[in-house]
Structures are given as C-alpha cells and as structure tokens.
Design a protein around this ligand. Sequence first.
Ligand code: ZN
Length: 295
Amino acid sequence: MKDSLVKAIALDGKVRIYAVKSTELCETARLQHDCWPTSQAALGRIMSIGTIMAAMLKNEDEKIVIQINGNGPIGTCMVECRYNGDVKGFVGDNEIYLKYNDSNKLAVGLAVGTDGYLKVTKYTGLKNNFTGQVALQSGEIGDDFAYYFTVSEQTPSAVSVGVLVNTDYSCKAAGGLLIQILPDATEEDIQKVEKVVANLKPVSQLIDEGLTPQDIIKLCFEDAEILEEKSIQWNCDCSKDRFKAALSTITSQDLEEMIHEDHGCEVKCEYCNKTYKFNEDDLKLILEFKKSCGK
Ligand code: ZN
C-alpha cells in the first residue's frame, strides 16, 4: 500500500479531518540520512504533520517550511513540504536512540527538548509569506502542533502522529491524523470529537494493523465525507542553479577568497546530502554577476 493523504469532513461539515500514511516516506528519509530510531521518529512525525499542512495550501507553487529546535540532543529539525505532496527534511543529529524506561517508547520529547520553538513559514509566492511560531510544549511533536494550530491559527485541533521502527531500524509504520473543530461546531460536536480522540489508538498502530487513511477517518467518524486523496513522496528539488543563487548572496570578499585561496567550493544539500562543485570559473561568473548588479 502506497503512502497517501486523505482529507474529509464530518459532523455536518463542522469537523475537518486529515489522515496520512507515511511509512514509505519515513523509510526513504531514514535511508537518506542513516537515521537511528529516535531521530527517524522525530523526523517522521514532523514530516507526517507537514504533509497535512501542505495539503491546506491553495496552489502548486506554495510550500511550507517547518523548523523545530528545543535545545535537545537532536538539534534543529527542518522539514519542507509542497502542495504537490513532495517532502524533504533532516535533523541535526541523525544518530539519536533514546527510549523512555517505563514504556519502552522512543523518547522523541527528550531528543527534541522543550526549551525552544516550533516555527512554520508558508511560502505563498507573494511578498507576504506567513510565519507562525509557538513555544514547544512537550517536544513530542503531536502536542506541539496541536498547540500551534490552536494558538497560532485559532483552530482547536487534535493531532496524532507516530512512527513505529523495526529492530533493524527500518520503518514499520508511520502516519498522522489531524482533527480540527470548525467555527460552527456546537458544544455537542466538541464533546463527540473529544470522545473520538480519547478512544483512538495511536495512528502508527492503526497503520501497522493495515488500515488506510480512509479507514482511519471512517473509524473516527462514521458519517465522514471524503473530499480529496493525494499521494505524498520524498523528493528533493535542489539543483546547481539554486545553490548558485545562494552563493550570490554571500559577500564579494568571501567569494574572492574562495576563488583565490580555495580555488572553488563544494556545497552540500542538507536535505538530500547531494554535493555540488563550483570551480574557480563558476565562482568568477557569480562574482561578476554580483558586481554587474552593483552589489
Ligand atoms: Zn537536495
């Protein structure tokens, strides 16, 4: 079963639901970055909710970038998701394997930490990109995003994200679920949602049991109406041109140094680890371009 994301409404349109299966996405990310279990779980949880947030965008050119840093051992986590379902991401330290002693669960909250922020930037292709930021609550990701939606976007939300990891570190099952209460909801609707959330098994367990995102939505709300289904996939859209543009933003002095002392430079894409080489001539062209722009 391939990864996919499903959007639905329920309770006469007063509740919006997104469910995603992201097992293949997490496995690809793990292989890309050689992630140990807790690093994989943190990255997988953020990517799962990221795909849902990207599905809320309006058109193909839009994307969201999620940045999380809670001063924990994992460092900064970055995830970028596009409206078309493309996802890429990385964590500062890929070799984290921490568990909670009492439950034997992967200790994502300990890895991420709570002394920091969750920041979301929506790139709309217009000048006014939207940025929202909240303080981390538990570092477990699900709680933190529930808080983000409630505070930053004024939409009361329940979030469940989870990643199950096999003993050989491969991804066993991963997924996410977002339930949002819309402004027209009554007290009775809210109570119904609370009951659903209280009785829900972890989403990664449901995926592991073979449920599809549609099945999970129907399990939550029998009356759910499916609005949209789309695929999600790992894809890094980096290119030499993009790094050329990035290099043109550094100072002329630094570029001169790279040309005359280092005779070129090599830059690595943090999302996919691909490296791009720029020789002296490449850098001279960038420098000339900068000068022609009067920078
Ligand atoms: Zn890349």
